[in-house]
Structures are given as C-alpha cells and as structure tokens.
Design a protein around this ligand. Structure first.
Ligand SMILES: O=C(O)c1cc(=O)[nH]c(=O)n1[C@@H]1O[C@H](COP(=O)(O)O)[C@@H](O)[C@H]1O
Length: 273
C-alpha cells in the first residue's frame, strides 16, 4: 500500500487506528480453545468486529513465534485474512548485517506480504537499507520508544543532541516519507511536538495508548501533520477488552471509542489544512 492510498483510507474511515494483534493464547477466551487454530479464531473475530473502525493491523510476531510452527501458521492465516484495504504491519523489530536483513525483508514483504515491518536501527545504515529496496513496502524504524528503557540509550546525549534525534535524522536521510515511518511511543508526549518539528512529513507509528497510559488527545494535538501522519496502535486495551463469549463485541466498543475521538481530531486537523 502506498502513502496516497493510506492517507485516503484514513480520510474515508475517519480513523488512524491500528489494532495490535498481540494474541496470547493464555489470554484468549476459553471457549476458543476447542478450535483447530484458537489464535486465528480469536484474530478472525477481532478483525470482523473492528475492520470498519481501523486502517491498520499490527501483528506482533513474538506472540506467534513463541508457538513454533503452529504460531507461524496462525500468523499466516491472520495476515491472509486481513482485508487488502488495511495496512498490515509485521512488528518484528528486525535488523542485521545487509544480507541477513534482506532475508528478513523477504520473509515479511514477500513470503507473508505485509505492507510494513518494524526495524531496530542499532546496526546502522546497511542493516536498514535492504528493507527500503522493496517497492511500495514500508520500513518502520524505532525512533523514541514507549518503554522505561528508552532512557538508557535513546534519551542520552550524543554530541549536542539526544541519541534518538541522531537516529531520526539518519533515518530521514536513508528513506523517504513514502517508504519510511518512525515508531514514537505514546508515552513520550513531552518530546512529541519537538519530534514533529524535526520530522514534519513522515508517518509515525505511535504505540502505547491504552495499557501503557498514552493519551490520544495529547498525541493528536501535537503530532498530526497535513496528511494525518499518525497510526496510533492499541493492542491489549482493545483485544482483551472482554473475555467472555462476546469478547469481539467488547473489542469493537473499545476500538469505536478511539475511532470516534480520532474522527474529531481529524476534522480539526484536516480542516486547518
Ligand atoms: O514497535 C512497536 O510496536 C512498539 C514500540 C514501542 O516503543 N512500544 C510498544 O509498546 N510497541 C509495541 O506496541 C504494542 C503495544 O501494546 P499495548 O501496550 O498492549 O497496546 C506491543 O506490540 C509493543 O511491542
């Protein structure tokens, strides 16, 4: 999916919500465990219940990889089930020497046909560039993450700036607003306005709303750009909103609350041009 298509979807659906399919088999409703593929059965119900409210799904591969071959099968069924009108993200946080990164990129862009993959930039330019050479595919590079440990490296000085600023500037020189996004944690609202100034055009994937306490209103007020420029992810607060027979309906209610807020913020931002 290219940028133009993504921006159009956001406008049509009045949403920049990314639903995170961090599906943990130990947390899904018990009645699903009799299915041949309980993780897929759960994801299918969540997708059916939320697809008109979101523009993207993020599959965090850790929750699938930990189950070995069965997990990869659930991942494949899930990504194939997601409608082509949704931007799919493999949250795999990969990155290695160039020839290895190429194999990671093929895994997610070709074998599983995701639109985007999250990439850890610690190994530098040649570890990121292989992901950028795939047509109409996206690299989502970690910029300033939502977790406490972001203080350990990202928020430490490097010359006259913070290390995360150096990373964002490097990322901007490696990719373009058409093939590169940055992860900026929703819990980093103190830095967000500054980051948007530094990086005016790129999309940000913003995780950390809901279970981690990030605030959608604050993020939207300072970090939207003329194309919206945001994909805001919520995982646990949506997919585990309920735990009974009607869990998918509960997930829908949680997703709808975020989408309705987003529609308001989009109206204001896009009207301001
Ligand atoms: O790259 C990510 O998606 C990510 C980066 C980050 O800084 N913080 C973060 O929480 N994430 C992911 O975003 C999701 C957040 O999940 P919830 O806290 O349950 O909404 C998880 O899949 C995390 O792995």
């Amino acid at each position: 999916m290219n940028r133009h298509e993504l921006v159009n979807l956001i406008k049509e659906r009045q949403s920049y919500l990314c639903v995170g399919l961090d599906t943990d088999i130990t947390k899904i409703p018990r009645h699903l465990l009799s299915h041949a593929d309980p993780v897929f059965a759960f994801n299918k119900a969540i997708i059916d219940a939320t697809k008109d409210l979101c523009v993207s799904y993020k599959i965090n591969t850790a929750f699938y990889e930990c189950m070995g071959i069965r997990g990869w099968e659930s991942l494949q069924r899930t990504v194939e089930y997601i409608p082509s009108t949704h931007f799919t993200i493999a949250d795999a946080k990969r990155g290695d020497i160039g020839n290895t990164s190429t194999q990671y990129a093929k895994t997610f862009f070709e074998t599983y046909n995701f639109d985007a993959v999250t990439v850890a930039p610690y190994m530098g330019r040649d570890s990121v560039q292989p992901f950028l050479s795939f047509h109409e595919k996206w690299t989502i590079m970690l910029g300033l993450t939502s977790n406490e440990g972001s203080k350990d490296f990202q928020l430490t000085p490097s010359g006259d700036e913070m290390l995360y600023e150096k990373v964002l500037k490097a990322g901007m020189s490696w990719g373009t607003p058409d093939n590169m996004m940055f992860v900026i944690g929703a819990t980093q609202s103190a830095q967000l306005a500054y980051i948007r100034q530094l990086v005016p055009d790129h999309f940000f994937l913003v995780p950390g709303v809901g279970a981690q306490g990030g605030n959608l209103q604050e993020i939207s007020a300072v970090a939207m750009n003329k194309d919206c420029g945001l994909l805001v992810n919520a995982s646990r607060s949506i997919i585990y909103a309920g735990n009974g027979e009607d869990f998918a309906q509960d997930a829908r209610v949680a997703a709808q609350a975020l989408q309705q807020e987003m529609a308001e913020y989009l109206d204001v931002a896009l009207a301001a041009g």
